[in-house]
Design a protein around this ligand. Structure first.
Ligand code: ARG
Length: 456
């Protein structure tokens, strides 16, 4: 492509080192869509005629079909997907193909392709987020009555419904989808026409190109447009955040599957055994996902570090944007997909979770709230119940077993009704503030999500 200026052939080491077609071939559909739109703008400007436009479009479409069927042979001598396609087109149709790169550089071409790619992936990942949310909501509905101790510091805190815990993840994934949607605004800007860095003396109708490709706006600064990859970094952050959420859920699942907790059972299809210990049934999907979240963070860091301190404008360093991006997309997509399937096959061991909720200490806050309702300041109530707890631990007893007289030694406000607090179902029903896990609230939220996700 640049033979005019060079006398010596490229070192074969450099050919290997610099090629990107082995991974950026993935951009072929975007590259071809961009080239077709560009060709139409060239025709409008009179750079090519109608016949040449037809040859270009038909030629590109044929190449696209061949790549899709795996029949196209890529050549690393041609470096990247852009040059592979253009060279093959020119080989097939001659001069018309050689005119395609008028008023365009690979710098604005690759920026365009990446934006188209990220825009499409935004949609695909969002679809997977929705399916994952759907799996959580279904599971919540299936085990709507299951209770669960809620933990802080991994110490039993207060009772919740199992579905409330799952719905927490539905909310997280909703914010992930929202972030992807917000970022789409910044992805959806058309950079072609920025040339290598300073646009072109052959002014094409950029709005026309944008319109053909479904872009809302065109970029306003050619130097920014060819060197900006913050949309990639943002996308990588959004995928990393999905990784964070999935890895937290993974950790919950791993704990819940352990003999110590025994709260859930995964089906055989989504667990593995041990080659040595015959009794093992391991939650590998959750562990792998927890592990793979590290890859998602690494890819984000890799992109940020590549961008840091890059002088304006395009530098070849930017070619390093693609592998992290592709890897994060593959990793997050696969994780969401398999997680949704695993959740669908998960059983909640309701008797075990209920037993875990029979720990009377879970009701300590409820007893303090009870005193507050009788006029005791919360701080004083907290201390009274703290002393009661210490008493229980000392005497090896629990709240339901203490006599009313003993309660009254700690506070005169206690009466018979304290015992009605010490029961999981009433304790849950009492948690009726907005966002709290009363069965009524949780049911309403499950219904809300089921309706919302169905419409998507
Ligand atoms: N393969 C290159 C990349 O991904 C395309 C742009 C090349 N531009 C250049 N001036 N060498 O960044």
């Amino acid at each position: 492509m640049w033979k005019g200026r060079f006398k010596e052939a490229t070192s074969s080491l450099l050919t290997q080192y610099g090629e990107s077609v082995s991974f950026d071939w993935r951009l072929y559909r975007q590259d071809i869509a961009g080239s077709c739109a560009h060709a139409r703008a060239l025709e409008r400007e009179g750079i090519i005629d109608g016949k040449e436009l037809e040859q270009i479009v038909a030629g590109l479409e044929a190449i696209e079909r061949e790549i899709t069927c795996g029949e196209f042979e890529f050549d690393i001598q041609l470096e990247d997907i852009h040059m592979n396609i253009e060279a093959e087109l020119t080989r097939r149709i001659g001069d018309a193909g050689a005119k395609l790169h008028t008023a365009r550089s690979r710098n604005d071409q690759v920026a365009l392709d990446l934006r188209l790619y990220c825009r499409e992936q935004t949609e695909l990942i969002t679809g997977k987020l929705r399916r994952m949310q759907g799996a959580l909501v279904n599971c919540g509905e299936k085990f709507r009555d299951a209770v669960l101790p809620g933990y802080t510091h991994l110490q039993r805190g207060q009772p919740v419904l199992f579905a409330h815990h799952l719905l927490a993840y539905v909310e997280m994934l909703e914010r992930d989808a929202g972030r992807l949607e917000d970022a789409r605004e910044r992805i959806n800007v058309m950079p072609l026409g920025s040339g290598a860095l300073a646009g072109s003396t052959i002014a094409l109708d950029r709005g026309f190109i944008a319109e053909q490709l479904g872009f809302k706006t065109v970029s306003e600064n050619s130097m920014d447009a060819v060197s900006d990859r913050d949309f990639v970094a943002e996308f990588l952050f959004n995928l990393a955040m999905i990784g964070t959420h999935l890895s937290r859920l993974s950790e919950d699942m791993i704990l819940w599957c352990s003999s110590e907790f025994g709260f859930v059972t995964l089906d055989d299809a989504h667990t593995t055994g041990s080659s040595l210990m015959p009794q093992k049934k391991n939650p590998d999907i959750a562990e792998l996902t927890r592990g793979k979240s590290g890859r998602l963070y690494g890819n984000l860091m890799s992109m940020m570090t590549t961008l840091k301190g890059l002088p304006m404008t395009y530098n070849r360093d930017l070619q390093e944007d693609k592998q992290p991006l592709f890897d994060s997309i593959d990793t997050a997509s696969a994780a969401l997909e398999i997680f949704a399937e695993m959740i669908a096959g998960m059983q909640v061991n309701e008797a075990t979770t209920r037993k875990a909720c029979s720990d009377p200490m879970l009701f300590a806050t409820d007893i303090a709230d009870y005193l507050v309702k009788k006029g005791v300041p919360f701080r004083a109530a907290h201390e009274i119940v703290g002393k009661l707890t210490a008493h229980c631990l000392e005497k090896n007893t629990t709240f339901p077993e203490i006599e009313l007289d003993t309660y009254r030694e700690f506070s005169g406000q206690f009466d018979e009704s304290v015992f009605s607090l010490l029961e999981i179902d009433s304790a849950l029903a009492a948690r009726s503030a907005a966002g709290a896990p009363s069965p009524e609230n949780v049911k309403a939220r499950l219904t809300y999500w089921a309706g919302k996700l169905q419409g998507i």
